[in-house]
Design a protein. Structure first.
Length: 411
């Protein structure tokens, strides 16, 4: 019988790889164009209607770039659109959300100790929250489009703090911070799909029709592009946070997530100021370091309590009832629990790796899939086989996991 769990893992790997590739393309082009835009210079040799120009050297050659703030007098035959990077990043990210958190809701999305949700309820809340984020953000931007953009960012920060608290109040810690990243990334991608590209298409249509384009469309697109620039670094942090329990599995995870957005602003402000040749604001690094130290201090709060045995999911109950569970429990407790414990006894470890605690039968049953993939199918765990897990013990884990998936196992 083919191992569909392994196949599913490879589907997730392919989706994650695609997501990383497209994200690199989108973030790279975004950072480049913001730096280019800030570095433009006005020179006497500029053509009519041109806003600025920049000379750059790369790859053994020189580039002469000119920007038209509204539009050139004519439309060139070849026009490159930068949009598919954004679309592909969001779509591949949503596929990951479905594969890992929606279809694996009982394991990754829901924590009964936080809120006891049915999978369909958790998924509905997730989807609705992503749509809510765009609607609220878009209304804020349209309300303050002619105001000081600091007011827009301050208003958005209030929304992000509120969503940080909301997500950590309904989902598992890991899922909460991942969702906050998805919430922000949805805003960013919707900016491209709903505002930036449509506005550019209006300008192109005006040029083709021989009309003078309205500069307001460029102004609005520039506003949204700048917001995306400042939101990128926090999104990257939140997407990586699921690997670090010190970020997601603490009492103050929602505060940590909120402060990460401020760090993103200070870091990008330094780069943007430098690219605009407006000085070297070293104070931004001081503020960033202080924020980082505050986050590190907050992370020392007690880790989230391990899942209660009475709150096991149906899947975990099936694994607990499967033949061979007692043997696997003894194997895991003997080979893994010295590290995967509420208080690890392995030198140099102060928290369980990835926040996974494997001390009780219930905790082992709840992490059945991970144990199977990490210590059964592969030899990733224990790392370097430091606790000398035998081949027969790995096979026992495989047999137990397959037995739990066989028809007739109670749960």
């Amino acid at each position: 019988m083919y191992d569909w769990v392994v196949l599913w893992e490879w589907v997730e790997i392919a989706a994650r790889w695609t997501h990383v590739i497209t994200a690199i393309a989108w973030i790279g082009s975004s950072f480049y164009f913001i730096a280019l835009d800030l570095g433009l210079r006005r020179t006497p040799s500029l053509p009519p209607l041109a806003h600025g120009e920049e000379w750059q050297v790369h790859g053994g050659g020189f580039y002469h770039i000119q920007k038209y703030l509204v539009a050139p007098a004519f439309l060139p035959e070849h026009l490159t659109w930068f949009k598919w990077e954004s679309y592909a990043t969001w779509l591949s990210g949503f596929v990951m959300l479905v594969l890992v958190y929606y279809l694996g809701a009982e394991m990754f999305l829901i924590d009964p100790t936080v809120m006891d949700l049915a999978p369909w309820q958790a998924v509905a809340m997730s989807v609705a929250s992503l749509a809510f984020g765009w609607l609220v953000y878009d209304r804020i931007c349209k309300t303050f489009v002619n105001a000081d953009q600091t007011a827009v960012m301050a208003s958005l920060f209030v929304v992000l703090v509120g969503m940080s608290w909301f997500y950590t109040s309904v989902f598992s810690g890991r899922a909460a911070l991942l969702h906050l990243g998805a919430f922000t990334a949805t805003i960013m991608s919707a900016n491209v799909f709903m505002i930036i590209i449509p506005n550019q298409k209006i300008v192109v249509a005006d040029l083709k029709a021989g009309r003078a384009p309205d500069p307001k469309y460029g102004k609005i697109a520039k506003q949204r592009s700048t917001h995306n620039n400042y939101l990128t670094l926090p999104v990257l942090f939140l997407m990586l946070s699921n690997h670090y329990p010190l970020v997601f599995a603490t009492q103050w995870n929602w505060v940590i997530a909120s402060l990460v957005f401020l760090m993103g602003v200070t870091i990008r402000h330094w780069f943007n100021t430098r690219h605009a040749r407006k000085g070297n604001p070293h104070w931004t690094w001081g503020v960033t370091v202080v924020l980082f130290l505050v986050i590190a201090w907050l992370s020392t709060a007690p880790m989230a309590a391990p899942r209660d045995e009475a709150a096991l999911s149906p899947a975990a109950l099936r694994h607990a009832a499967a033949p061979g569970f007692d043997e696997v429990t003894a194997i895991v407790q003997g080979r893994c629990s010295m590290c995967h414990a509420a208080e690890p006894v392995w030198d140099g470890l102060y928290w369980a790796p990835k926040g996974v605690v494997l001390e009780t039968p219930g905790q082992i049953a709840a992490e059945a899939r991970r144990i199977y993939l990490q210590a059964g199918v592969s030899h990733a765990m224990p790392p370097g086989n430091l606790s000398y897990m035998e081949p027969a013990e790995r096979q026992a884990i495989v047999d137990w996991f397959h037995a739990a998936r066989a028809p007739g196992v109670a749960g």
